[in-house]
Structure formats: C-alpha cells, structure tokens
Ligand binder design. Sequence first.
Ligand SMILES: [Zn+2]
Length: 405
Amino acid sequence: MKLNRILLPALAFSAALCTAQTKTLDMYFIDVEGGHASLYVSPSGESMLIDTGSPGARDVDRMMEVITGAGLKQLDYMVLSHYHSDHVGGLEELAKRIPIKHFIDHGESVEPREQVPGFQKMYAELYSKIPRTVVKPGDKIPVAGLNVVVATSAAKVLKTPMAGAPGAGKPNPECATFTPRDESRVDPDNPQSVGLVISLGKFRHVNLADFTWNVEKDLMCPNNPIGTVDLYLTSHHGIDQSGSPALVHALQPRVAVMHNSARKGGAVQTMQTLRTSPGLEDIWQLHWAYAAGIEHNAPGVFIANLEEPAVLANALTNPPPTFGQGRGPGGPPPAGAAPGAGGAAGAGGPPAGGPPSGAPRGGGGGRGPGHTGPAFLIQVSAAADGSFTVTNTRNGFSKKYAARK
Ligand SMILES: [Zn+2]
C-alpha cells in the first residue's frame, strides 16, 4: 500500500503519457483466397493497402468491408507489389469505390502477357490523375507515423543495413547452406515484387509479397540488411517457391501470418522452415491448408477460415496428398484420396454427393477454388514498444505478445 501511495503521482503522469502512446499500428490481413490484400493503418490515421486480391466482386467486397470498418474514407497509399491477377485483380473496381491518393509500384511489368487483360491501360488512366511513384530499395513510403522502407523492388534489393535495426548488417549463417531453386517456371514478375519493412517504434514487420527463393539470397546474403522482425507475412502465400531459411531464420520473426488459401500455400517445407526458425512463437493462417495436412497446419484456434467439417474429415482420414509445393497438385491424387484432398485445381471442394450445407463453394481467387461465404481475417495491432496482439476474427481468439526485453 505504501508503495502504491508513493507511485500514485508518477502513475497519474504516466497515464497521461499512455493516452498519447496507446495509438497502434493496425494491420488487417484480408482473406482474398490465396491472393494478397493487406491493410495498414498508422497511429496517425493514414492508411496503406498492399495489393487488391483477385478480379471480381468477392475480394473487393471483402476489402471494402475491412476498409470501411477501419473508419477510412480514402486510401493514402496503394502499393501494387507486382502485376499478377491475385494482387492487382481488384484494383479497377476498388478505385471506383474509394478514393486513392497515391500509387506505389516497381515499374512496368516484365511479362509480355497480362494476367488481367487491359490492366496496364486501365492503371495508366488511373495514374494519369493520381500520383504514382516507382520505388527502389532504400526508398521510404512516407506514411505519417510509420517507418516504411522498400527492401525489394524490380528484382533489386536493399544492401545498406537498416540504421538502428537489431541485427542489421550481421553475417547470415544460413547463406552457407543456401540451395538455389530452378526458377525457370516461376512467373518472372514475382521476383520483381515491391517488398517492405514496416515499423512503428520497436515493432518491425516484413511483407515481401511474392518475392522468390533465389532472390532472397540476393537480399539476405552474405549479410542481413533488415535485421530481426516481430511479424513476417509468409512470402508468396506460403508456397515453397519462397520463404527460404536464409530469409526466415535470419529475420527470426516471433509470429508468422500466412495468407494462404485451402489449396495454395501451406507447403510442408514452408511450415518446417517456420517451425525451426529461432524464436518463432506462433503461425497464424488465413486458411486450413491441404498441403500442410494434419501434421503441419497450425492448431485450429490460429486458423481464420476452416473447411466444412465433412470435407476436412475426408482429408484427414485419407492418405496425405502427394503434391509438395503448396500450390495445388503435382500429380494425380493418391488412389482413394477424397475429393478435395489434392485433386486437380478446381476439382476440390465439396465431397461427393453435393455441396455441404452452408457457404456456397467454387469460383475462386488466386489459383485455386475458394469459398464465397463468410470470410474471416487475421488482425494485428502493434504498439511502439514492440508489443502486439494478434486476433482471429472467426473465433475472437486473441494473443498478446509482450515487448521483447
Ligand atoms: Zn501471389
């Protein structure tokens, strides 16, 4: 009691300080079914959306629900990481629904064929009226109240260690065992992705969009320019074309959020790399992932969107799928595999006998089928002291991660 009395004046003072400091960076990892749309709202109220999901009303509706729910009347920065349909597909419709104040991208697409037909023409019309900045590594996106640094853009990478970042500039021991991948079949705009390091005070987060395995080495070897982070958005939706140990184990995230869909991402190798990463505390997923199976998916409480119980039951009682990349099948499903456990893309979904009751299925964004029913998200709220809270909006489960000592 005596102690309390002594502390009272100090507490009153710190309470006033607290009011000024309780403003958070709020992050919304929106379920766009294996595409990408991550919304960031700074303590200043300024906003940045990275990517816009796939074409069609489904993803735009989901984004707008989150944007308006966050109380936003405009998007201050619209980052287009690269030009694939699961990232820019929703832009045309989104731009009709909410004012966009600034575009950020890596420059022109390096692919001759557009995944979204007519996109470049439509985008050029938009940025003839709205400022557009082509960024390079080391540039800052001036979201008021945040430190947003470009780590990758147009296949170029940050080389100068980030000033003041813990661990930045240190040699990366994982480089010695780095094994390059054959990326000849990787769509060439992926390694062009605009990748960002987003910080509020001591809290640090990395979102590299679809930046790929081999260029991760360019970024992270021989020295790690980024240092360690608190939150890592699994590159490339958790497909194992990205997310090498050289990247993940050097970043040492405390928490990974995976923006996978049921049939895209959640690759076994990706999950293993995460689970063996020093200091990793939890993996949160936007979806149950068939590729990860029962062995590698996070516990259900960390998963925002589950499959229908009947579909899951089939998956769990049949042999594991043979594909490994986490982006659909690498071959025919094993004999006796349940529908939905790894068949051809588009063939997954309801078990034989018709769709389960509840949400309609089919359609789909990204490269696999997706559901069109209610969609839940992973929400993160971070404070300048480095503490943050992650919430699964499906079940309301929240976990607070205290600031590092
Ligand atoms: Zn993608």
